[in-house]
Ligand binder design. Structure first.
Ligand code: ZN
Length: 94
């Protein structure tokens, strides 16, 4: 059975293991017994692959602050000369 979180208006949050059919029903607070509403928190990311989590974090950061790059990431390429004729070096360049 899954674990659901509930918030007591007087005490604090608590978790309950309940059947899915009863997830939205108010739960009694274990401290004071008042009916408590279900709350939704962040998903359990601790079991996610760290590489996938880093990719998701980078994607989330880039939504409002994209990284600016000046070159394609990876190995820098060296310019391969098209010709070895020294007269071509004196030709006008655009
Ligand atoms: Zn309570």
């Amino acid at each position: 059975m899954p674990t659901y979180s509930y918030r007591c208006p007087d005490c604090s949050d608590f978790d309950l293991v309940r059947p899915m059919a009863e997830a939205d029903a108010p739960a009694r607070c274990p401290g004071c017994g008042r009916p408590s509403r279900r709350v939704f928190g962040a998903p359990a990311l601790h079991s996610m692959d760290p590489r996938q989590r880093r990719a998701m974090d980078a994607s989330e950061r880039s939504a409002d602050a994209p990284e600016v790059v000046s070159s394609v990431p990876g190995r820098a390429r060296q310019a391969i000369p098209v010709t070895r004729d020294p007269r071509h070096a004196r030709l006008p360049r655009p």
